[in-house]
Design a binder for this molecule. Structure first.
Ligand code: 5GP
Length: 178
């Protein structure tokens, strides 16, 4: 049965079920467990959208790890130096650390690129990326996306942490616009 839901001024229909999402997340966890367990990584959860993915994923990580929650903020300084990117919430020293960025969705990769640029300046050892969703036809940056839950077309989705104008993050399935 297809239940149409209204979120603000738009209608959305079910896209990917909770069971499919959780299966994909378990696969991501299995890969991270296999590849990263000896690396003592720091997981950087990029808020807000990735809170639900991070919760499901990290429950299935089977080795001791550090977890930190950050926000990416961009602002224009007073000079002509262009946009400045800042990480809000990062308190750990990341020097020589193996980082796993946890993203909700990678679309064009602009956000990821900003994150990369800031983290590279902190002398980290390596950066890996885990994302619940990837839009491969939209992504045009050079950074490898190491752990991908589900690849989707260039459609606007909500649910599982992702919002439309602040709403829809709590939905446990993914929805797309009707
Ligand atoms: P990017 O910088 O990779 O183009 O986009 C990343 C950000 O755009 C995501 O973290 C998310 O906030 C937003 N975004 C991209 N695609 C979608 C989508 O389909 N649905 C929602 N709700 N947000 C999206």
């Amino acid at each position: 049965m297809h239940t149409i839901i209204s979120v603000k001024d738009k209608q959305f229909k079910p896209f990917i079920s909770e069971a499919s999402i959780l299966k994909a997340v378990q696969n991501v966890a299995n890969k991270i467990n296999a590849e990263m367990s000896a690396k003592n990584p720091v997981f950087l959860v990029v808020l807000n959208g990735s809170f639900m993915f991070a919760s499901d994923l990290l429950k299935n990580i089977a080795f001791p790890c550090q977890i930190s929650f950050i926000k990416v903020a961009s602002y224009h300084g007073t000079s002509s130096s262009g946009a400045v990117t800042e990480l809000i919430g990062l308190t750990e020293d990341l020097t020589n650390k193996n980082i796993v960025i946890i993203e909700d969705i990678v679309d064009t990769g602009v956000t990821l690129e900003k994150l990369y640029n800031v983290l590279m300046k902190k002398n980290v050892a390596e950066i890996k990326v885990a994302t619940a969703l990837l839009k491969p036809k939209s992504y045009n940056k050079k950074y490898p996306i190491d752990f991908v839950g589900i690849e989707i077309e260039n459609e606007f989705v909500i649910g599982y942490g992702l919002d439309y104008d602040g709403y829809g993050r709590n939905l446990k399935e993914l929805y797309i616009i009707v």
